[in-house]
Design a protein around this ligand. Structure first.
Ligand SMILES: *[C@@H]1O[C@H](CO)[C@@H](O)[C@H](O)[C@H]1NC(C)=O
Ligand SMILES: *[C@@H]1O[C@H](CO)[C@@H](O)[C@H](O)[C@H]1NC(C)=O
Length: 279
């Protein structure tokens, strides 16, 4: 009897997809979320704790791998950077997603694709008007191409330059924001191509959902610094933005940003000063 049932159990397990085991559950009262749609989606689907609280580096690593097939190198470095935004700072071993709201440190920054600049108020909640500026560049297309995504991102930079008198946009924000665009294009498609359907992009940003219901599955090829770097280079070439003087865009620079180092000098950023919003 058992021997007849066991193969059935195993094949059922093998067929249980991420969509079945990790359904979307919107945040409830007391759950916290971040300025980052990827982390919020991972929490909404239970790859990260649904509460968004008390997340450790190993949990970031596991969730990014299981939910989005993002590699351990990126996840470890980004997760370690995230811990630095815990106000207890020294010795913190976990972080709550809403602690990542801190302006300019380590992830929240001006010219975001889907959040207002801190100068204009709430810089962490999804903002449709802001995101519509990016979506306008996909107008009429079903695919979010690298050139269109690049122009949408650059438009946000120019928009902030024209309107935000307290704009922070230097080499650090330059790399972070290209990295983010490369990241969403990679995890929603294939990291060697980066051309996801616009419907996936909308579902991911607007509803903070992993779009299983639209046919998405996590990429088969792992996303990590090595795959992000060539997409970032393509994105920069597609809009003609001038690379900040002294900045080299290799894999080492990408890693240094997340190690809280200045991307040009390679020196460690002053975390006290960053957390106080003084630099
Ligand atoms: C977001 O979710 C709502 C409610 O389920 C749905 O009607 C809408 O189509 C979704 N939006 C996107 C862009 O997938
Ligand atoms: C770091 O920043 C704080 C606050 O601005 C400042 O008091 C401190 O001297 C800085 N430390 C270094 C090493 O620059």
């Amino acid at each position: 009897m058992l021997s007849a049932i066991l193969p059935l159990v195993f094949s059922a397990l093998a067929l249980a997809s991420d969509a079945d085991t990790h359904p979307f559950v919107p945040p409830g009262p007391g759950d916290v979320r971040s300025p980052c749609p990827a982390l919020n989606s991972l929490a909404n689907h239970g790859f990260l704790p649904h509460s968004g609280q008390g997340i450790t580096v190993p949990q970031f690593v596991q969730a990014l791998k299981d939910g989005l097939n993002v590699g351990a190198q990126f996840a470890t470095v980004a997760g370690t950077a995230a811990l630095a935004s815990n106000p207890t700072l020294f010795g913190a071993t976990s972080v709550d997603l809403n602690m990542l709201d801190e302006h300019n440190f380590p992830i929240e920054h001006d010219c975001s694709l889907s959040r207002k600049d801190a100068y204009f108020g709430d810089d962490h909640t999804f903002d449709q008007d802001t995101f519509n500026q990016v979506l306008a560049y996909f107008d009429g297309s079903e695919v979010a191409t690298i050139p269109a995504a690049s122009k949408g991102r650059y438009h946000r930079v120019q928009q902030s330059m024209a309107t935000n008198p307290e704009l922070s946009y230097g080499a650090l924000q330059f790399v972070l924001s290209y990295g983010e665009t490369a990241l969403y294009l990679s995890v929603l498609d294939n990291p060697l191509r980066g051309n996801p359907p616009v419907s996936y992009v909308k579902s991911f940003f607007e509803n903070e959902t992993l779009p299983y219901n639209l046919g998405w599955t996590k990429p088969e090829i792992e996303v990590d610094f090595e795959t992000l770097q060539p997409i970032i280079t393509e994105l920069i070439l597609a809009n003609g933005e001038v690379i900040p003087e002294g900045l080299t865009l290799d894999v080492g620079t990408l890693i240094s940003i997340w190690e809280l180092k200045d991307p040009i000098t390679g020196k460690l950023r002053n975390t006290t000063c960053a957390l106080l919003g003084l630099c």
